[in-house]
Design a binder for this molecule. Structure first.
Ligand SMILES: Cc1cc2nc3c(=O)[nH]c(=O)nc-3n(C[C@H](O)[C@H](O)[C@H](O)COP(=O)(O)OP(=O)(O)OC[C@H]3O[C@@H](n4cnc5c(N)ncnc54)[C@H](O)[C@@H]3O)c2cc1C
Length: 496
């Protein structure tokens, strides 16, 4: 059992997006008798990438009482309505498919309890793009301005869950500004050592200047430095490298290629990986994420320049990572969040989304247990967090179940084993369209899924993974009333 009753100080080690977000979330539930202190080193700095939110991002901002208009102003944010995948099938110029953040409003609402499958099956059967039922999707395709998008959102005439693109440095600075206003203490020092007691609980941090910072609970948000997890408190690393090949990234900035900031993040397939392009108000944050087995850092940089047709300056040194996560992120009196807890290539921008869900579930447990947390609750928390990582791994592996074969990298991708969960999901997809139940096993112990079945469908259909034969069977098995509803729905699409 872990009791946080009567504690005096919680230290968050790390002042990146994860550290400040966690500190703000903790501030909301602890009274001012408990000091929340963020200890970070501006000398070491933050990772400085990570500029796209997920479906849970806007509600996460609201949960820590952030004013959305202020957030947009302070972080150069733009609306994010999903992703556009370019070149993942044929590699031709017109090869693109979308994964919009579709909501269950409008035409789709009546099918939600079925995971939308009769509606989607009918559309696949008639080769109608899934995006055609989404109000507001035309704004993405037509590169609408931010003002037009704002108007559409406020008049509720889009079937899209809004998220944001934002500047990674500005978001950390903005969270810090808000945190200081809310009585969160900030200390700018390099932590050298971590002290523990006989139970293995962390009791203090020792700085480079030999200052001792005592604490009752620690949040390790030290990014890829991973100062505490595995080194001080035990945890087991679970590598994804057998299923996902990418392990390097070159981030850079570039000007907008279109008139307005695109309403989606772009994921453009390259020779040995893919390039992200995330449009902010003033610039695009971009990067090539690639497999070091297939291309050198120098050749990757050259490939970026050749692809864009202009010179670029990398924003920082090449980022090296092994895709994977820690199985136990809450160990004794230490919670690990953000990059320190795991990382996988930014396809689908899962990192901050995952961090938000981790913090939400942690806060839920603290509140419902009134600070007296059983070992079982911690074990279940870790299990649900790990299951959520498996959801990310399986979903990302599906993105690589694509027909591109033109370079050694893409040929090796095709030979890379499927994860067991995705294999089973795919096997079913050959016989019927995916159902809600196919992704429900990712939800455990109060944890919400990262993606809805609709998100899986947009990618599966975009990649052509659901055969017509599967959906014909689906439609034939529908009761007459549902068949009629599906037909009415198709007729309404034809009229539009
Ligand atoms: C190439 C790439 C692309 C990404 N794209 C996306 C994306 O599109 N969407 C998304 O959600 N996420 C993305 N991410 C992940 C995203 O960047 C992170 O989830 C997010 O920035 C949070 O980082 P963090 O706070 O965990 O770590 P960091 O920002 O690295 O912060 C770590 C903090 O720990 C401090 N620290 C470390 N060691 C010490 C020490 N010894 N003493 C004191 N302080 C210390 C540092 O000073 C810093 O303040 C991407 C990541 C990479 C690498």
């Amino acid at each position: 059992m872990l009791s946080l009753k009567g504690i005096k100080r919680i230290v968050v080690l790390g002042g990146g997006t994860a550290g400040w977000y966690t500190a703000l979330s903790l501030r909301k539930i602890f009274s001012d008798n408990v000091e929340i202190r963020v200890v970070e080193s501006t000398e070491l700095g933050i990772v400085g990438v990570g500029e796209g939110g997920l479906l849970n991002f806007q509600s996460a901002l609201r949960s820590i009482d952030i004013d959305l208009n202020e957030f947009v102003r302070e972080t150069n944010a733009t609306f994010k309505w999903g992703f556009c995948y370019e070149g993942w099938r044929t590699g031709e110029k017109d090869d693109k498919y979308y994964h919009p953040f579709a909501s269950s409003t409008g035409a789709a609402s009546q099918w939600e309890n079925l995971g939308h499958y009769p509606l989607f099956s009918a559309m696949i059967n008639h080769s109608i793009p899934l995006t055609s039922y989404l109000r507001g999707f035309d704004l993405i395709v037509n590169n609408a301005s931010q003002a037009e998008a704002a108007l559409a959102l406020s008049s509720q005439s889009v079937d899209i869950i809004n998220s944001f693109h934002f500047d990674s440095y500005k978001i950390a600075k903005y969270f810090k500004k808000v945190a200081l206003e809310r009585n969160i203490i900030h200390q700018d020092v390099i932590v050298e050592h971590v002290e523990t007691d006989e139970r293995g609980h962390v009791t203090a941090l020792i700085t480079q200047e030999n200052e001792k910072i005592e604490l009752d609970f620690l949040v390790d948000a030290t990014g890829l430095a991973r100062k505490v997890i595995d080194k001080v408190v035990p945890s087991e690393w679970f590598s994804f490298k057998d299923h996902l090949l990418l392990d390097r990234a070159i981030p850079f900035y570039m000007p907008h290629p279109l008139e307005n900031p695109y309403l989606v993040s772009r994921a453009i397939a390259m020779k040995s990986g893919w390039m992200w392009q995330i449009p902010l108000q003033n610039r695009v944050g971009a990067g090539y994420v690639y497999s070091s087995k297939h291309i050198s850092d120098e050749d990757a940089l050259q490939e970026i320049k050749d692809y864009l047709g202009f010179d670029i300056e990398p924003q920082q040194n090449v980022i090296k990572f092994e895709p994977g996560c820690y199985r136990q992120i809450w160990v004794k009196n230490v919670l690990t969040v953000g990059l320190a807890s795991g990382f996988v290539e930014p396809l689908e921008a899962t990192s901050i989304g995952q961090m938000i869900e981790t913090v939400r579930n942690f806060i839920r447990i603290l509140v419902t247990s009134q600070g007296v947390v059983s070992d079982n609750a911690v074990r279940e928390f870790n299990e649900s967090n790990f299951t959520s990582w498996m959801e990310i791994l399986d979903f990302l592996r599906m993105h690589y179940d694509c027909p591109r074969r033109d370079t050694e990298f893409w040929q090796d991708v095709a030979k890379t084993p499927l994860t067991e969960n995705y294999r089973a999901f795919k096997e079913c997809m050959q016989a019927r369209a995916p159902r809600l139940m196919d992704v429900e096993s990712y939800l455990l112990y109060g944890r919400r899924g990262m993606f809805h079945i609709v998100n899986w469908m947009f990618v599966a259909v975009g990649l052509g993974l659901i055969p017509h034969t599967a959906v014909v069977g689906d439609l034939m098995a529908l009761p007459p009333e549902s068949k009629q509803r599906a037909q009415n729905f198709l007729d309404s699409l034809k009229k539009d």
